[in-house]
Each structure stands twice: as structure tokens, then as C-alpha cells.
Design a protein around this ligand. Structure first.
Ligand SMILES: Cc1cc2nc3c(=O)[nH]c(=O)nc-3n(C[C@H](O)[C@H](O)[C@H](O)COP(=O)(O)OP(=O)(O)OC[C@H]3O[C@@H](n4cnc5c(N)ncnc54)[C@H](O)[C@@H]3O)c2cc1C
Length: 408
């Protein structure tokens, strides 16, 4: 039963009237005026178009494709190309996550993996052909790396193969034939294009291909029954003798190292999701603690409740501080993989503690999505695992600081 006076879906990303926001050190003030105005515009969009509906989409596991034109109108794709800072790009992901982690994941897969891959590794012809529609979300993309039998070890274990066929294309040029399977591919059920990573049968090198999702031989099925990011449509995808033109191969990808460069960028954005999750958990828990009464007084009056709220806030602020420094290192072109891995593993661990406290602070209401916290709590599990699991990122740092690899 809903306690009197508590709205089931409190307005996100807002402080309780007169109280400070979860960005307690005001990192947002480090943005320039234009970026702050754009973030405010994003917040209006999220409050109107996303917040009231996010729990229903999640419950029904439905992706809200109808909001994409309005999201595109904010012109947030490829922030570096638009002159935005790395801090702004990170805060955008945190802010979308703060309202709906699933939408942030859609955004991240499409923009930070698909669109950024085109910018980084696409030929001029590929950019000309694909970028404009992708940047404005008239087409959507996916990033297909993980396989049913290879997640953490996909670099060495990749089983999807590509075979070059000289003269195989209708115009007499070379083509490729792809065979294999991918798993967990976000946006995979509905995307127009997917970036598929495969091992070249000739030399064992990793190649990247832009695959039109409607090509013969591509079959996709939705992964059902998820307990996290239910709004995101993850797919199992099978490639059976799929013919791809040489002009759809990424000329710039010749090894897993090239792929790693992309993953470093998206890993930073996933760590920012860990920040957004904590801001959201604090927002919801603080509002609940102030409004919910037990023993004739608000929960906020109890010292143990205040201690948990302050721990949550401290976790969020420490995570944000780390990410702000990562953004500065990115600006200098100096954010290396061990630093990014430390950020992802540290923020994920803090996030798990923060959302756990938040969930318990809502008592029974913490396990129903009507109060937002249950969704935040569950979505944390996906962030903990994807873009390099907590353990793998920890071991990347362990290797860097000891000179000894404990991964294999
Ligand atoms: C919601 C969601 C969305 C995703 N979206 C995409 C996507 O769009 N595209 C894509 O390509 N992939 C995607 N993934 C896949 C994701 O990147 C993988 O789940 C992740 O890399 C882990 O792989 P795995 O699930 O196969 O786990 P495994 O690699 O099987 O690991 C299982 C457990 O063992 C641990 N482990 C493995 N190896 C070691 C080791 N050497 N030392 C210590 N511990 C170890 C892991 O940390 C983990 O706890 C997504 C996953 C999820 C859950």
C-alpha cells in the first residue's frame, strides 16, 4: 500500500525543495555556459518525455522508439565534433541515466559505439553514406562483439569468422562471408546496422564490418526475462553465410587493439552511468526519507537513515570526482586503459553499495518499480557486468600496478 503523501514516481534529478542537489560539490559548474544551458534543455526533455513513462516501459520491456526524433532534436550526438567537452559528454550520460538507465544505454550503444566507430574507423564513403542519418537517429546502430561462448575472453576466443571472397561482389569487387553468433547485442532487435567483429580466416586478425541488419542470413531474437535494463532490447544474433561488401569493412580495424580504443571511450561512458545511478538513488532515497514517517516522525530524523544517505552521497560525489578527472585526462588525450578500468571498477563498486542502501531505505516499497528505486537497483547489475565486468576491470588495474597478469 502506498503511504500517504508519497508520489509513486518522484520527479527525477531535482532536489527536495530548499535542499542541495546530489551534485554536492557542484561539478556541473565546471561546464561552460552553453553546455550548462544544453544540460538544462536535456533535463526538460527527460522530465517531460521520459520520467513519467520510464517505469512502464521497463515493466513491459518495451523500447520507446517514438521519442527518438525529440531526443535527436537535442543534437547531442558526437559531442566532440560539436565542440562539447568530455565532461559535458559524461554528464549527459549521467543525467539520462539519472532518469532512465535503459535510455542511457540505448544512447551509449548508438552514439558512443556505433556513431563514434564510424567517425573513428569509417572510410570517407561510409561516413558520407551513413553518418548523417545515424547522428540524427533516422537510423539506429548496434555493436556486436560478445558471443554466446565468449564474453570476457572474446578478444582471444572470438569464433565469428569472416572469409574474403575475391571478386565476390556483384560489381566484381571483393566481398566477405560472415558466419557465427553474437549475444547480448543492445538495440540488436530493431537496429538498421550493426558493427560486427569477426576473425579473418586468412590471418586470424580481428576485422570490423558494417552489416545491414536486413541482409539474408542474419537472424535476430530478443533476449527475454531480464531483471535489468528491461527497456533495452538485447538480441541473440546468428550470421549464416552473410555476404558483406568490402566497402562495408572498416578499413581502420586490423586488430583487437583498434577495437580497444573504442571500448576505452565507451567504458568511460558506462562509468558515468554508474555516477548517474548513484545520483538517482540518492534523489529517490532522500525524498523518501524526508516524506515517509515511522514512529511519528520522518525517516530522515533517524540517525542511521542520515548515515546511509550521507554514505550514498559520499559515494556519488567521490565517483563523480574520479570521472571529472578522467574527463580532464581525455581532454589531454591521456586517459589510458588502466585509469579508465579503475574508474569503471571503483564506480561500479560504489554504485552497488549505494543502490543497495537506497533499496533498503525504501523498505518494501524499494522492491516495486512504482517508486523508481527497484528499477535503479536492478539496472545496476547490468552496469556492474557490461563493458568489462567489475572483475576484469579490476584485474586490468592489478596488472598495471604489479606488472603481473591475473586475467589468464
Ligand atoms: C544488459 C547487457 C547489455 C550488453 N550489451 C552488449 C552489446 O551491446 N554489445 C556487446 O558486444 N556486448 C554486450 N554485452 C555483453 C557484456 O559485455 C558481457 O556480458 C561482459 O563482457 C561479460 O561477459 P559474459 O557475460 O560472457 O560473462 P563471463 O565472461 O562468462 O564472466 C562470468 C563471470 O566470470 C568473471 N570472470 C571471467 N573471466 C575472469 C577472470 N579471468 N578472472 C576473474 N573473473 C573472471 C566475470 O567477471 C563474471 O563475473 C551486454 C551485456 C549485458 C548484460
Amino acid at each position: 500500500m502506498m503511504p500517504a503523501g508519497i508520489a509513486p514516481s518522484p520527479a527525477p534529478a531535482e532536489s527536495v525543495a530548499g535542499l542541495p542537489t546530489a551534485d554536492f560539490f557542484n561539478f556541473e559548474s565546471m561546464l561552460n555556459a552553453g553546455e550548462q544551458a544544453k544540460l538544462a534543455e536535456l533535463r526538460v526533455f527527460l522530465a517531460r518525455e521520459v520520467a513519467p513513462f520510464a517505469a512502464a516501459w521497463w515493466n513491459k520491456a518495451e523500447f520507446p522508439a517514438h521519442i527518438l526524433p525529440k531526443l535527436a532534436a537535442l543534437e547531442l550526438s558526437a559531442p566532440a565534433q560539436r565542440g562539447y567537452s568530455n565532461l559535458f559528454a559524461g554528464l549527459v550520460i549521467a543525467e539520462i541515466t539519472r532518469v532512465d538507465t535503459s535510455l542511457a544505454t540505448f544512447f551509449l550503444v548508438h552514439h558512443d559505439l556505433f556513431v563514434e566507430s564510424l567517425y573513428g574507423f569509417g572510410s570517407e564513403e561510409q561516413k558520407e553514406r551513413l553518418l548523417e542519418d545515424a547522428a540524427s537517429l533516422r537510423t539506429t546502430g548496434a555493436f556486436a562483439l560478445t558471443e554466446p561462448e565468449h564474453g570476457s575472453d572474446v578478444a582471444g576466443g572470438m569464433e565469428t569468422v569472416a572469409r574474403r571472397v575475391p571478386g565476390g561482389a556483384p560489381d566484381g569487387g571483393d566481398s566477405w562471408v560472415l558466419n557465427g553468433a553474437k549475444r547480448w547485442i543492445g538495440n540488436g532487435t530493431f537496429c538498421d546496422y550493426m558493427l560486427v567483429w569477426a576473425r579473418d580466416e586468412a590471418d586470424g586478425g580481428i576485422r570490423g564490418f558494417i552489416v545491414d541488419a536486413t541482409l539474408p542470413g542474419v537472424s535476430r531474437s530478443r533476449i527475454e526475462n531480464k531483471i535489468a535494463l528491461r527497456t533495452v532490447q538485447n538480441a541473440d544474433i546468428v550470421f549464416k553465410d552473410v555476404q558483406v561488401a568490402e566497402s562495408d569493412r572498416f578499413a581502420g580495424i586490423n586488430s583487437f587493439e583498434d577495437t580497444n580504443e573504442l571500448l576505452r571511450g565507451s567504458r568511460i561512458m558506462v562509468a558515468w552511468q554508474g555516477v548517474g545511478q548513484q545520483l538517482a538513488a540518492f534523489d529517490v532515497a532522500r525524498q523518501y526519507a524526508v516524506e515517509r514517517r515511522q514512529f511519528g516522525r520522518p525517516l530522515a530524523k533517524f540517525q542511521l537513515v542520515q548515515q546511509q544517505l550521507v554514505t550514498m552521497l559520499g559515494n556519488a560525489v567521490a565517483s563523480m570526482g574520479m570521472m571529472v578527472r578522467i574527463a580532464q585526462l581525455q581532454d589531454q588525450g591521456a586517459a589510458d586503459m588502466p585509469q579508465v578500468a579503475l574508474a569503471k571498477s571503483y564506480v561500479s563498486a560504489r554504485m552497488r553499495e549505494t543502490v543497495g542502501m537506497g533499496r533498503s531505505l525504501l523498505g518494501g516499497n524499494g522492491i516495486v518499480t512504482d517508486y523508481r528505486m527497484a528499477k535503479i537497483f536492478a539496472d545496476a547489475e547490468a552496469i556492474y557486468t557490461y563493458e568489462g565486468s567489475f572483475e576484469i576491470n579490476t584485474l586490468i588495474v592489478g596488472r598495471a600496478v604489479t606488472g603481473v597478469s591475473a586475467i589468464v
